[in-house]
Design a protein around this ligand. Sequence first.
Ligand SMILES: [Zn+2]
Length: 502
Amino acid sequence: MNSDNKQILSFLVFAFVVLLLVLIVIFSGKNRESAEKTLPAPSQEKTKPAVETFHETSLQHQTAAEMKENEETVGETIPESAPAPQKESEDIESAEIAGGVDVEVAKDKDSTVDQEGFLHGKILPKKGMEEALLKVPGLQLKHAMEISNAIRYDVDLTQIKAGEDFKVKFDKDGNVEEFVYYPDIVTFHVLKRDPTEKKLKYTAKILPTERRFRIIEGTIDSTLNESLVRREDVTRNIRAVTVGILECIVSFSTDARKGDEYRILVEDRYYKGEMVPGSKVLYASYRGKQAGFSEAFRYEDEDPKSAFNAHYTDKGKALIPSAMRLPLDTIRITSPFGVRRHPITGKMTQHHGVDYGAPVGTPVYAVAPGKVIEVKQTPLGGKQVTINHADNTKTYYLHLNSFNVSVGTAVSARQRIASVGNTGRSTGPHLHFGIKSPQGSWLNPLKIKMIATPQLDAKRMPRFKTQMKEIVTLLDNTAQYQEWIKKYDEGPQPGDFYKQYN
Ligand SMILES: [Zn+2]
């Protein structure tokens, strides 16, 4: 080997080593980068308000508009007055409790006993309370059934969301001593064993929250739903409720135009500076070139579970006046439609209706005009009434205490037909309400838009007018405040500008 070749070889070796070093540096840099990427950003996570999973704790009853809450997509179609028959599979899936939020569930570390002796668990995606409870080590079906039966009258178990927390403590005899379900930072549903009655007794602890209001407004490029999807300040629930309200009073399919304007007033709740899930849409309006101006106001009775709590026009008219009426004045869902654990047998069974908890003697109303075709008593359903409606839809009212009608009676919508009872196979006073389509399949009543009244009655109108006035004042004040904030952010303003809100 001559010296020239030696030089070339040593140069090649040198170049190879340099290349290797460069590659190592680049590669380790990339590794660090990807390692950084997989790390969570704790600061971002903390400041982000927990509003993704909406849970209206103070108002369990869903209005027609709010029923769209759990649907994946909200189309802008005008609601049909007659309920469309639904596929059985859809019903079963939608009736399975809890939203489809992808969250981590009951890890081993959550199941260890804490200092107070509680075992911790989380609500599972698309599963009932009982299924989540059964994941807790040592918790048996009898415990799960005792807990869910003790809590279902006070907590709407159709509204539980994946990822929410609960904890359970056993006494020395292996019975449930205490159970706490806390879906958010301010709401604590507590079951404690009463030593004399030996039964689980329910109490609720709701921490005081601060109410804040904001206006969400904008113009429409394509559809209202798409305009709202793009906004970070609009949660899925606010969007669904707003679209649900406005599609009742605006014919989107024919009248929506690019550039049309929407305005929404939202009430948020805060606890120690953190937003609590459960924002409410108090008002929604739409102004369109073709559609004109439409608006709707939220009305609320004192009872948060009142069937009348819903959105109405400024004249107190229901948004879908032709919809079926709710069968009771107070809506307290104790068991949903679809596959569920039977409250007595604990077995997974298909539930062909919805159960509403109510005291014995509570009036039960016909949901639509029709003719009574059955008044009978059976071992399972107890005292029951069946009504056939004009389109051959049939409605079923079970476990009644007494009847106000007989076979052949023609009834009008919301005519009293019976009283709530506890007859047949039943764990407590409630109304089982079922709807069968003209084709003979059971429908999910919670998927069908139902109202309490087409027009708020004379007794409720003064309250509605007061609430409407409050909303209008809130709209003005919130708009002024938001305008002020906008200017504040723009930079220095005249001296007296700062006096208004500081
Ligand atoms: Zn039932």
